[in-house]
Design a protein around this ligand. Structure first.
Ligand SMILES: [Zn+2]
Length: 205
């Protein structure tokens, strides 16, 4: 009996593992462009999510809500995300917003801290700002704006599935702390620990 319980724990939730690709995914992620976001970048993010075992739906594009605009020109990420979460469309479990506007959060006693992206741990909404995602070179590797957007998007949405800050610098779960350079130093992959966190909730990557 003890052995069975232990085995069930190791296996995790009752997931259809062997035939997962032929079974309806547990989560549907709505991807939405807000502001001046290129269709190619939106498509790149949607395609990257489709490699996970999740359903992806592109939501109608919109404009950034002015009520969250600060005098600095940044938008308050947390109340924005909370508002989206309250009105989340039926059939959508998580929303990933890709936006051209700058984002802001309260951090370390600073009211208007510029951030690259935002998601509440195990929340339903992730915000990703492209405003600072210009292409850059790390070592001999040129990393495009689109690549950075995908990395940031996967990083933020993974937080909605419970992935916590990772210590492995190449992992997508690694905290970039607002640094585009640090974001660029990650890969497109999650480490085994973060992959397992996603797997445990039913997101197979
Ligand atoms: Zn990791």
């Amino acid at each position: 009996m003890t052995l069975l319980v232990a085995a069930a724990f190791l296996i995790g939730p009752s997931l259809p593992v062997a035939s997962s690709r032929g079974v309806k995914p547990l989560f549907t992620i709505g991807v939405q462009a807000v502001g001046k976001v290129s269709k190619d970048d939106l498509r790149a993010v949607a395609q990257s999510l489709k490699r996970w075992w999740v359903a992806v739906r592109v939501l109608p594009s919109s404009q950034a809500p002015k009520r969250f605009l600060l005098s600095s020109g940044r938008y308050q990420a947390q109340p924005w995300a909370e508002e989206v979460e309250r009105g989340i469309p039926k059939g959508i479990d998580k929303v990933l917003i890709l936006t051209s506007v700058d984002l802001s959060a309260r951090r370390e006693g600073v009211e208007d801290w510029r951030i690259l992206g935002y998601s509440a741990h195990k929340g339903k909404v992730a915000l990703v700002s492209q405003s600072r995602l210009l292409g850059l070179t790390v070592g001999s590797e040129k990393i495009s704006k689109s690549d950075l957007t995908v990395r940031l998007a996967l990083h933020e949405i993974s937080g909605c599935f419970g992935v916590e800050e990772c210590y492995w610098t190449k992992c997508l779960g690694y905290p970039h702390r607002g640094s585009v350079k640090r974001l660029a130093e990650t890969t497109f992959q999650f480490c085994p620990r973060c992959s397992n966190t996603l797997w445990q909730v039913g997101v197979i990557i």
